[in-house]
Design a protein around this ligand. Structure first.
Ligand code: NAD
Ligand code: MG
Length: 390
């Protein structure tokens, strides 16, 4: 029986937060091909794009964070039986959605944290593409998921790879090191003098992946790899000094795990996010994918380099934050959200990003434990300080 012929009650039920973005639209592509039922769609402010998705996928509810845009959307889809909410949180708190559903969190930034927590409480599976929520409040999020019986499956390609490699591990895992691969971005091999002159347009192109604007700039300055080191620490319980970053220009090896016996298991594939997205939605099953087959002979060779952490300082900023612990990872994440936007808006240069992040982190109080409210209030303070100087 083809997937689209699966009886309605047996179809996989999917909720997509951030459905109009890069991961969100690719998730919808996977859902369409796999005949999955889309229950809810949410976005920030793009009423037209969300309306098109609603007309095509017929979810029972949708949300836009921007209240005026939500009103406009509600009027535009008044002919359809779909409830429109003025925020993701209101949708998740009020809509009667089945527990067995899988929620895909593809919102960008810290804005994904509270929705991720609600999903962990409400649904059986959380397919987590968003990494900022894990960096800023990962321990709280993963504990909530564990306590509520929600399985968290990573969508980020490196963490999906590690998750898959760990299937080869014994129950005590015997992990020696995680080898986290990085594309190196568009500015690989440049000096700081050259980097000082790069423009947002140049930073908004990644050699191997087509992604949303924030993560594309994070990949260019390697803050993304720093976030991913912390993401790996949170998800797999391995200390940061055992997460080794290696630049691999071709993005074919998506990451690897080295075990106690020095055997290394890696996951390979063409760089296509539909592979990890689909795996998160069908886990533990593997089903045919539209992503291209890997042709190693055509590829010819793969290259590997040590990251240049003197030139690309953001990776070390994240390592430093996770070793200091407490609210530092949350703080550098919030400060980076500001610095990344300032750079994209032409307000600071590319090589100023690190200094802006350190300035934001200087507000961080030293604490042992913290709550989600602490993370959100520090985020507000850092934004005020970096954007308005107060
Ligand atoms: P994107 O900018 O393309 O899309 C973001 C989505 O979130 C959009 O639907 C937008 O409307 C929504 N959104 C933005 N701000 C919001 C807010 N305040 N409240 C609610 N919704 C909001 O981003 P993306 O590239 O799809 O990335 C999404 C997440 O996935 C990020 O955390 C990113 O790091 C992670 N990720 C992305 C890729 C990729 O290939 N794009 C790969 C790995 C991980
Ligand atoms: Mg990644």
């Amino acid at each position: 029986m083809a997937s689209h012929e699966v009886p309605r009650e047996d179809r996989k039920k999917v909720i997509i937060l951030g459905s109009t973005g890069s991961i969100g639209t690719q998730t919808l592509d996977v859902c369409e091909r796999m005949g999955m039922e889309v229950l809810a769609l949410t976005a920030n402010s793009s009423a037209r794009a969300l309306e098109e998705q609603i007309r095509k996928f017929r979810p029972r509810c949708a949300a836009l964070r921007d209240a005026a845009a939500a009103k406009q959307l509600a009027a535009a889809v008044a002919d359809l039986p779909v409830r429109i909410y003025p925020s993701v949180e209101e949708l998740l708190e009020n809509e009667d959605l089945p527990r067995e559903a899988t929620a895909v969190n593809a919102i960008v930034g810290l804005a994904a944290l509270v929705p991720a927590l609600i999903c962990a409480k409400r649904f059986a599976t959380l397919a987590l593409a968003n990494k900022e929520s894990l960096v800023a409040g990962g321990d709280i999020l993963l504990k909530t998921a564990k306590d509520c019986g929600c399985t968290v499956i990573p969508v980020d390609s490196e963490h999906s790879a590690i998750f898959q490699c760990l299937n080869a591990a014994p129950p005590d895992r015997a992990v020696k090191r995680i080898i986290l691969t990085a594309s190196g971005g568009p500015f690989f091999g440049m000096t700081r003098e050259q980097l000082a002159k790069v423009t947002p347009q140049q930073a908004l192109v990644n050699p191997n992946w087509k992604m949303g604007p924030k993560i594309t700039v994070d990949s260019a300055d390697m803050f993304n790899k720093g976030l991913e080191v912390i993401e790996a620490v949170r998800l797999f319980g391995v200390p940061a000094d055992r997460v080794k970053v290696v630049v691999h220009r071709e993005s074919i090896i998506h990451s690897a795990v080295e075990f106690e016996d020095n055997a290394v298991i890696a996951q390979l594939g063409t760089p296509d996010m539909r592979i990890p997205i689909q795996y998160a939605l069908t886990y533990p099953e593997r089903l045919p994918s539209p992503a291209g087959e890997l042709d190693l002979a055509a590829l010819g060779k793969m290259t590997f380099f040590e990251p240049d952490t003197d030139t690309f300082e953001c990776l070390e900023i994240c390592r430093d934050a996770v070793s200091r612990g407490g609210l530092h990872p949350a703080a550098v994440n919030s400060a980076n959200e500001c610095a990344n936007l300032m750079f994209r808006e032409g307000k600071i240069g590319f090589t100023d990003i690190g200094a802006v992040i350190r300035k934001g982190d200087s507000l961080t109080p030293e604490v042992g434990s913290f709550t989600v409210d602490d993370v959100l209030s520090l985020d507000g303070e850092i934004r005020k300080y970096l954007f308005f100087g107060t």
